[in-house]
Design a protein around this ligand. Sequence first.
Ligand SMILES: *Cc1c(COP(=O)(O)O)cnc(C)c1O
Length: 353
Amino acid sequence: MNTTFNLENLIRPNVKTLSPYSSARDEFSGTSSVFLDANENPFDNGINRYPDPQQWDLKKRLAELKGLAKENLILGNGSDEIIDLVMRAFCEPAKDKVIICSPTYGMYRVAAQINDLKICDIKLDTNFQPDVEAILENNDAKLLFLCSPNNPTGNLIDQGILEELLAKFKGLIVLDEAYIDFAADASLVKELDQYPNLIILQTLSKAWAMAGIRLGIGMASSEIIQVLNKIKPPYNINTLSQEKALERLSDEKKSQREIRLLLEERDELIRELRKLSFVEKVFPSQANFILIRVVDANKLYNFLIEKGIVIRNRSTVVQLENCLRISIGTAAENQSLFKALRELEKAFTIQTQ
Ligand SMILES: *Cc1c(COP(=O)(O)O)cnc(C)c1O
């Protein structure tokens, strides 16, 4: 148990004293037949009413899926909105410090910069694991962002490291599990009630195949969720997104089938990549993408662009020299990639003979 953690001391004073905006739908949410409280257009077209500000139907389904209570959930316009909300709830601009561990998801840094927060970047080690000692030397930071499986490296953070940080870090730990559905049984959600200093982020954008509706999920103690609810835009999840999400979440089997197919495709992609002489390293992946190190990343990237195939060039990122990140596509898309790669392999082996 973390004995130094105190949520009250972390909340920004102006957030603590804020009376949040109270919408018409907050003040009356019971059943009624005549709604004349929100200046809506009364002619029914399915979306003429404001959405449920607390998205209770959707939260009920998500709570079921995650084994949590509805009060442990906050939904955002993508997890990106929740990253920003957490910073605004707990960090004083131009004063407070957050820790990120590069190379990682770029939005933590950008959101911190937008909120004018000090960024302490404690690089991941050569196995892409957090440097516990260096992190704990910065124990005055309000937030620590960790990503597991990490984007763009693809690896999980070691359970022991997470446990040690959760026990000793004085601020809040934001654990981004955007890719967790591709990593069997690795989520910390089942242990959320043991960690009052933990906020877990997941999203419908990856395994659930709904990047277009922008739906991120924040999971934490009800005390933390209450703070975030206070400052969120009242109607941050629109009606269409709530409906689409419920529809998709009703068919868990469909997502599981797709995940299985993607994992098979990932294995095949790894096998193909290992055959290529210009690929120096295929990093292990617990996600729906693979990071590779090649002889000349820019050359391979441009070659694939000419073939109409776009991958992500990460070679300018520190620690990721000559690295490229490849998302797992459909079988047909992956075959197009293999074909192009084999073509390049032929040219490459002739050239180096
Ligand atoms: C893709 C991704 C997200 C998803 O963000 P949304 O705003 O929910 O689409 C979050 N974190 C990481 C690490 C990601 O790679």
